[in-house]
Design a protein around this ligand. Structure first.
Ligand code: ADP
Ligand code: MG
Ligand code: MG
Length: 894
């Protein structure tokens, strides 16, 4: 038979799934001999059964009465006993801590009779009525559904009429009067009286806590924290202890170390004559925990001892709740405390140093997400004023610059050495140069997965998007917000971690961690802690980490960040800007000679790009992807051209023949679904000379580097292959050109040729494809698009938030690799590819290569390397190290 109830003496921390974190830790503290008020836990399983059927599971009521009887027996009092009532708290507590998100009801067992008994035995009438009004308030709102504000208003009204500054200014008679008011309120609002039966109170309170799992607040919190919706909460029923019995009583919260910085030492707040929830509710000013040393030195010393016990036992920062009842200390809760990224690194290093945890455990306790946060500069929050506008914190960090309203202006000013913030309604791929030139991107539209957000994150640019309060007027070159006009050139500050924009230059605090990665500067405790984690991770990891870099600068930075090569060098930007004209000429070429001339003009420029990157990555592999996007992306916009021609015609002029020719070409090349059109390997197979030109540029760059005494290691990667035949033909062409250049130069050029695996068909026929490929690189962005049938640009803004709401996925599959679908294709391709070619090198070059969860998957799937943007390289190194840690099963980052 299933068992639904466990006494605190029976549980333990390893049962958090069943008993919830709070219940498991209450049991653990009980086992450690700490003073925990007795009680029992109703399991999450009971909650799940209740939520599924809407009814209390069979036998639950019976089990609860059995455990209650045992509590009563031990206490020598019955629940709600009129002359000396035993009172209970009924507390929620899920597997993962969800502070304040669900309900807790205190003082269960009070009614019109037992309140008098409580007044008598405690010798404190005020306390008894105060406890009763708290019960009415919590029970009334949580269990009976009365709007909590009504209770608050009545309390505020009473305080006002008594001239009381806070609740301590109210006397017993006032509170007795308030109890009557509350009871009437409940009757009026629900048509039902507050239940006088303690047993009924208990039963209904337990069910209400179950129910609170589904509350709005709890749901929103779970979504944000990626906590599954189907876990349910446990319910802890516990004997009440009272911090509101007078000046010798009180409640507090404490941390064993500073959760903000990780500094060792006591940290917390205490409130005399108060029940637990008052401390965090901010109804009165708390005092620092150290003040307790004066107020109650005995309890204080005991508390310090218990905190040491807990920290040594849990071997981590603990966060606790305690209550002192008339000089007697009670422990009400503990958990491994939440902390900032900075504290996580500092504490891990400190505990390793203290010998409390092993270096591996230290590594398990820090995270790539935390590291990423530490790498960005920040605003000095004590020095900034009110934000000008709010938006979504899309890409973290802090940036200051002059507002500019188009890409060209951003580029122009940046070239002149000015720092700029690109402000757009939303961005498009055409804004790319401006985004690169800008310190930050600010948009008035779009979500966290909008173009601006995704691209900015990829580049490590600060971004606030969807700042709907601002109106961007690109024509007039200004934006307005609540009556303030910000003209082009005005300096603004963008906080991508907090999602805020400030007028003027907010003071920045530099990231020491970034200086460490950039320049190897090793100063301060935090950097020391980060450095130790990185060293451990590098020692552990099996995955290599490369970077996606298209320029020598990016390649050099990636190398400083520890990249072991370039996993993806895209060549498309090499066709933009000035070079667009050459691309146009190639597309418009009337005959072979014209085309060859255009390609010939592109060749030296491409060669120069490659030489720079190969030099920056000398001695390390550089995987160069042949051109991928459809060629019309390099041509002017169709509508723009049509308008230009129409305008010329309307004005009686003859349209520019070049424009007409271009429009013809654009129309000819127009595609309904460019993502699935003439791109990738298909281009190489049908556009004559294109691949040959690119391969020649690569090969000549290799020759140049060899002659300069370098060790270039170029690898040639063919995109969007779906069939081995495509690769076979393309590869033959590649080999032909390589041989040609080798012969011409007398320098043997040998580049491994491989392919991207980014179509389901490629993954499913990977065994065949491996016959022609020396390496695979998963393009997980396209693979996700084609596996799900999602066009990323179309789906993210349109309905991803609805999908997240409906729980179809917990995170966007473009952010974290979808293990079940896309991941399965990856595994098939790895297995079959390696079966066909045992020395096949396999990596990933999609954005997922820098996503912590995805890195763990790639490790288990047996890849050789991940490749990500330069700024994510340290994150990937750290996570690759963490992925290689032996599984302990206890590490829990939430
Ligand atoms: P949360 O999960 O929101 O922290 P808790 O279950 O911890 O909710 O309870 C809310 C408050 O009630 C806490 O401050 C806690 O200390 C207090 N409390 C809970 N149980 C008891 C008890 N048995 N005696 C006294 N105070 C209690
Ligand atoms: Mg609590
Ligand atoms: Mg692709």
């Amino acid at each position: 038979m299933v068992r639904y109830v466990y006494d605190f003496t029976e549980g333990g921390r390893d049962l958090a799934g069943l008993l919830g974190g709070k219940g498991a830790n209450l049991a653990e503290m009980t086992r450690l001999g700490l003073p925990v008020p007795p009680g029992f836990t109703v399991t999450t399983e009971a909650c799940r059964a209740f939520l599924a059927t809407g009814a209390e599971p069979d036998g639950l009521a019976h089990e609860i009465s059995g455990h209650l009887a045992a509590l009563e027996q031990a206490a020598g009092r019955r629940l709600g006993q009129p002359d000396d009532p035993l009172l209970l708290s009924v507390r929620s507590g899920a597997r993962f801590s969800m502070p304040g998100m669900m309900e807790t009801i205190l003082d269960i067992g009070l009614n019109d009779d037992s309140v008098l008994g409580l007044a008598k035995v405690s010798g404190n009438e005020r306390f008894a009525w105060d406890s009763y009004r708290r019960l009415l308030q919590m029970f009334g709102s949580t269990v009976m559904g009365v709007d909590g504000a009504l209770f608050e208003n009545a309390l505020a009204e009473l305080k006002r009429s008594r001239g009381a500054v806070n609740d301590l200014g109210l006397e017993a008679a006032d509170l007795a009067g308030l109890v009557a008011v509350y009871q009437e309120l409940i009757r009026r609002e629900t048509g039902e009286c507050f239940p006088q039966s303690p047993a009924e109170q208990l039963r209904r309170a337990v069910l209400a806590v179950f129910e609170s799992w589904r509350g709005e607040r709890a749901r929103v919190y779970r979504r944000r924290e990626h906590i599954p919706d189907d876990l349910g909460t446990a319910v802890n029923v516990q004997i009440m202890v009272f911090g509101n019995l007078g000046a010798d009583s009180g409640s507090g919260v404490a941390f064993t170390r500073d959760p903000a910085t990780g500094q060792p030492g006591l940290y917390g707040d205490y409130l005399a004559n108060a029940q637990g929830e008052d401390v965090v509710a901010g109804i009165r000013n708390t005092v620092a925990l150290t003040a307790l040393a004066e107020l109650d030195p005995v309890s204080y010393e005991q508390l310090l001892g218990h905190m040491r016990t807990l920290e040594t036992h849990y071997r981590d920062l603990c966060d606790i709740e305690f209550t002192i009842e008339r000089g007697r200390l009670w422990m009400l809760q503990t958990r491994v405390g939440k902390r900032t990224a900075e504290a996580a690194f500092a504490i891990a290093a400190e505990l390793v140093e203290e010998g409390l945890i092993t270096p591996d455990e230290g590594l398990a306790r820090v995270s790539g997400d935390g590291l990423a946060r530490l790498m960005f500069p920040r605003f000095d929050t004590s020095a900034v004023g009110e934000p000008l506008a709010h938006g979504l914190p899309a890409s973290p960090g802090a940036a200051v610059g002059a507002a500019v309203f188009d890409s060209a202006e951003a580029v122009r000013r940046a070239a002149a050495g000015e720092k700029v913030v690109l402000v757009r309604q939303e961005t498009t791929p055409d804004d790319l140069p401006g985004m690169i030139a800008a310190q930050a991107v600010l948009t008035s539209r779009g979500g966290k997965t909008s173009h601006a957000a995704v691209v900015a994150r990829g580049m490590g640019r600060v971004c606030v998007c969807g700042a709907e309060e601002i109106t961007v007027d690109t024509e007039a070159r200004r934006f307005t917000v609540a009556g303030t006009t910000v003209d082009e050139g005005t300096v603004v500050s963008v906080d991508g971690s907090g999602g805020a924009v400030y007028l003027g230059a907010a003071p920045l605090v530099d990231s020491a961690v970034m200086r460490y990665f950039e320049a190897g500067e090793r100063s301060g405790a935090l950097v020391g802690a980060v450095a130790r984690a990185m060293e451990r991770a590098d020692g552990m990891r099996r995955l290599e980490v490369r970077a996606n870099a298209d320029t020598p600068e990016d390649a050099a930075r990636a190398r400083r960040f520890g990249a072991q090569g370039v996993g993806l060098c895209r060549t498309e930007h090499m066709f933009l800007g000035e070079r667009r004209k050459l691309v146009e000429a190639m597309i418009l070429a009337g005959d072979e000679t014209e085309r060859e001339k255009a390609l010939g003009a592109l060749l030296p420029l491409q060669r120069q790009d490659f030489t720079g990157i190969l030099e920056a990555m000398d001695g390390l592999p550089v995987t160069i992807r042949l051109i991928d996007p459809p060629l019309h992306e390099f041509l002017p916009d169709r509508t723009d051209l049509a308008v230009r021609i129409a305008a010329a015609e309307a004005g009686g002029a003859v349209p520019d023949p070049h424009d007409t020719a271009l429009l013809d070409a654009v129309n000819r090349m127009h595609e309904e679904n460019p993502m699935l059109g003439l791109r990738g390997v298909r281009l190489g197979l049908v556009v004559p000379g294109l691949v040959a030109m690119q391969v020649r540029a690569i090969a000549e760059a290799v020759v140049e580097r060899v002659r300069a005494g370098g060790s270039p290691e170029a690898e040639i990667m063919v995109p969007l292959v779906g069939a081995v035949e495509e690769l076979r033909i393309e590869r033959a062409e590649v080999e032909r050109v390589l041989a040609e250049v080798s012969a011409e130069s007398g320098v043997p050029v040998r580049c491994p040729v491989g392919t991207m695996i980014e179509l389901p068909r490629a993954a499913l026929t990977a065994g065949r494809i491996a016959e022609e490929a020396e390496f695979f690189s998963f393009g997980t962005n396209d693979l996700t698009q084609t596996t799900w049938g999602f066009s990323r640009d179309d789906v993210e803004a349109a309905f991803f938030s609805a999908y997240l709401d409906k729980g179809i996925f917990a995170t966007s599959p473009f952010e974290t690799l979808d293990r079940d679908g896309v991941g399965r294709l990856v595994r098939i391709a790895v297995d079959e590819g390696r079966a066909a070619r045992p020395d096949l090198k396999i990596g990933v070059c999609g954005e997922h290569g820098g996503d912590p969860e995805s890195v763990h998957f790639f490790h288990t799937a047996g890849l050789d390397y991940v490749s990500c943007s330069p700024f994510r390289v340290p994150v990937a190194r750290l996570e690759a190290g963490r992925a290689a840690l032996p599984r302990t099963g206890t590490s829990d980052s939430r």
